[in-house]
Design a protein around this ligand. Structure first.
Ligand code: UGA
Length: 437
């Protein structure tokens, strides 16, 4: 099929390359000429495993092109809207002006039977308003809401083989044709068994918001348990294992630690709360405020722990911060717990040296005074204490004897609960984690 993708950020760039990889002819549009130029040469502006490969092969096949000229989308049957919906500066609400701008830019280029497919994460009610916008502009194109559930670090796999597809569409003329079109564009995934949920626009929008709210709640739940475990001498990892065997609960997203971050979970729960307030239903999701508070408390908890394990005085304490990205396999430092820990320690007077395999450039853009090391070993050299805040494999596999030989004092705070306490203690380390004895 001939498809367009509007917005070449994380979601759009991956989606465009994946659609071309599936055999579709794709034109991807972004207002940022620099981004378009980079993507056109096969260079993604962010780190994502597997993306450079499908980007290069799709560009070479001639099925994928990037442009800044929206008029080039004319003639495509499907138009994916994949622009960002960042958190507004003044409130927790989502800023949806880029979504509106994308629809406005698309309008003059739409054919009567085209399908506009919304993928951006938007507050419930947005899609209905956009469908009305199409109608009132005299377009007979149909809007489908098709939320995206990809995880950074697994974005290519999640796009090519999603665990479910959700298609929201309003009743009426064009509904069947639009559903047939989205089923066709995702035919490969559907043929290999991906479940499809066909629903209305509001439900489709809410599925995404609810999914991220649930995931965030799961993480804050286990982090709250880790506080209780710590005070009572219990072990939060064993607790998670045990409750996780109950298939109604499930073990995934029950890893206690420094908490969730990134460009999605934190902003999405705040946007959900703001939207519920607008609907007069703030109390229905008031618990999300607590989920957010527990999550942010983890960052301070880790900062306090590093200071206390480091001897109590942060001033001139040499701290090796292992990790800056909000999670491994990503260079994303948006709302990153790791970066906040590095910043908080530096602000308290500690001499912080950070290392991350991918995220040092993006971290220094946000926090220019941050001192970084070019290797893990260099970060550890002469450190009084180390803190593991992003569970990159090279940190998880770090040999405590090697680390001990480099550091001034053998102390480590494992803020992701991923190291083996017995091994580190046997190597002479003062080891602590969150909610594990
Ligand atoms: C999240 C969702 O998982 C995706 O389904 C969704 O599509 C995406 O947001 C989005 O809205 O675009 P992502 O932000 O890439 O994906 O990252 P996750 O893998 O969900 O991790 C989020 C954060 O939670 C990370 O900081 C991670 O370290 C933390 N986390 C995760 C925990 O602290 N404990 C866990 O057990 C799991």
């Amino acid at each position: 099929m001939r498809v367009s993708v509007i917005g070449c950020g994380y979601l759009g760039a991956v989606h465009a390359a994946a659609m071309a990889d599936l055999g579709h002819e794709v034109i991807a549009v972004d207002v940022d000429a620099e981004k378009v130029a980079a993507l056109s040469t096969g260079t993604p502006p962010f780190f994502e495993p597997g993306l450079p490969e499908i980007l290069s092969s799709s560009l070479a096949s001639g099925r994928l092109r990037f442009t800044t000229d929206i008029a080039e989308v004319a003639g495509c049957e499907l138009h994916f809207i994949a622009v960002g919906t960042p958190q507004s500066d003044d409130s927790g609400a989502a800023d949806i002006r880029f979504v509106d701008a994308a629809v406005d830019a698309l309008l003059p280029n739409l054919g009567p039977e085209d399908v506009v497919v919304g993928k951006s994460t938007v507050p419930v009610g947005t899609a209905q308003r956009l469908a009305e916008k199409l109608l009132s502009a005299g377009s007979s194109a149909t809007l489908v809401w098709n939320p995206e559930f990809l995880r950074e670090g697994f974005a290519v796999k999640d796009t090519l083989s999603p665990d479910r597809l959700v298609f929201g569409v309003a009743d009426g003329v064009g509904q069947d044709r639009a559903l047939a079109a989205v089923r066709e564009v995702y035919a490969a995934a559907i043929a290999s068994g991906t479940p499809v949920v066909e629903t209305d626009l509001a439900t489709a929008e809410l599925v995404k918001t609810a999914a991220n709210a649930f995931l965030a709640t799961k993480i804050s739940f286990i982090n709250a348990m880790s506080e209780i475990a710590e005070a009572t001498g219990a072990n939060v990892t064993e607790l998670a294992d045990a409750i996780g065997y109950d298939s109604r609960i499930g073990r995934r997203f029950l890893n206690a630690g420094v908490g969730f971050g990134g460009g999605c979970l934190p902003k999405d729960i705040r946007a959900f709360s703001a939207r519920a307030e607008e609907l007069g239903l703030g109390s229905s999701v008031a618990f999300l405020g607590e989920v957010d508070a527990i999550n942010l408390r983890q960052r301070q908890r880790v900062i306090d722990r590093v200071i206390s394990d480091g001897g109590g005085d942060p001033v001139d304490l040499k701290v090796a911060v292992l990790g800056l990205a909000f999670k491994p396999q990503s260079d994303d430092v948006r709302d990153s717990p790791a970066l906040d820990v590095a910043r908080g320690l530096a602000e308290a007077g500690a001499l912080v040296t950070a290392y991350d395999p991918e995220a040092m450039g993006p971290a220094q853009k946000r926090f220019p005074e941050l001192k970084v090391a070019s290797t893990l070993q260099q970060a550890l050299l002469d450190a009084d204490i180390a803190v593991l805040v992003t569970e990159w494999p090279e940190f998880v596999q770090l040999d405590p004897r090697t680390a001990g030989d480099l550091m001034a004092h053998k102390r480590i705070v494992d803020a992701r609960n991923v190291l083996n306490p017995a091994e580190w203690r046997a190597a002479g380390f003062h080891y602590s984690s969150l909610g594990r004895p």
